[in-house]
Design a protein around this ligand. Structure first.
Ligand code: 13P
Length: 254
């Protein structure tokens, strides 16, 4: 059965002190208020990971730690980069890969992301694989083919057993940080199309078991309607994950 997941992507925000403060607030609020069947993932900047790991009690079985990226090589002379193996040593549970900001500003390709998926899985870390189209692509009416191709090129080399460990996040680029959320109809249509695409390769059962999150200007006001869509299994939250009250309220929106 697929999981309900809300992941907070802090991006390049919060100093070390601010990050620890936010994480401790979220850890407390989630334990007090969020049903235990909702998986909550905090994805702070790399340098906060070790300390935030210590703030998550072992008894909080629905709270997990994630990174925002990893490198596509296993190790070596890649100054400034962080490998999946290093992340495992923290340990982190999840790692976001293929965020549109990394695709756009760091020229990440579908082929590189395929390597990242492999390295994360080899290190027992759940890949949170992002996909999504630009406004130009949506206006040209080719968004479904474009996003399906992102999945094909980065994920379809996986065995069914490995693919079952991947979480997908659909984030239309035109909705990220813009306040312009996809309507629930737009989100549902894309999520259903992605699930149908997964079914062509992995079969209906595995497609039905895959969590597909929505991201893009998600907030406590619009999360209930988005999460009520049959193929939307939660959210990847940017701006609203920086406020403990808003983020916790989103986690309670199923
Ligand atoms: P916003 O929620 O700030 O639009 O960001 C979404 C996002 O990019 C999460 O990864």
């Amino acid at each position: 059965m697929r999981k309900k997941i809300v992941a907070g992507n802090w991006k390049m925000n919060k100093t070390y002190e601010q990050g620890l403060q936010l994480a401790s607030e979220v850890v407390n609020m989630v334990q007090d208020e969020v049903p235990s069947d909702v998986v909550v993932v905090l994805n702070p900047p790399f340098v906060h990971l070790t300390s935030i790991r210590k703030l998550i009690p072992a008894s909080a079985t629905n709270l997990f730690l994630g990174a925002q990226n990893c490198h596509y090589q296993a190790s070596g002379a890649y100054t400034g980069e962080v490998s999946a193996e290093i992340l495992k040593s923290i340990p982190v549970d999840y790692t976001i890969i293929g965020h549109s900001e990394r695709r756009e500003y760091f020229q990440e390709t579908n082929a590189q992301l395929a390597k990242k998926v492999d390295l994360l899985l080899a290190n027992q870390i759940t890949p949170l694989f992002c996909c999504g189209e630009s406004l130009d692509i949506r206006e040209s009416g080719t968004e479904i083919a474009f996003v399906c191709n992102q999945l094909t090129e980065s994920l379809f080399h996986l065995s069914a057993e490995d693919f079952a460990k991947v979480v997908i996040a659909y984030e239309p680029i035109w909705a990220i940080g813009t306040g312009r959320t996809a309507t629930s109809q737009q989100a549902q249509a894309m999520h259903a199309a992605l699930r149908a695409h997964l079914a062509t390769h992995y079969g209906q059962t595995l497609a039905d078991d895959t969590s597909i999150l929505y991201g893009g200007s998600c907030n406590p006001g619009n999360a209930p309607e988005l999460f009520a869509c049959p193929d939307v299994d939660g959210g990847l939250i940017g701006g609203a994950s920086l406020k403990s009250r808003d983020f916790t309220d989103i986690c309670k929106s199923f």
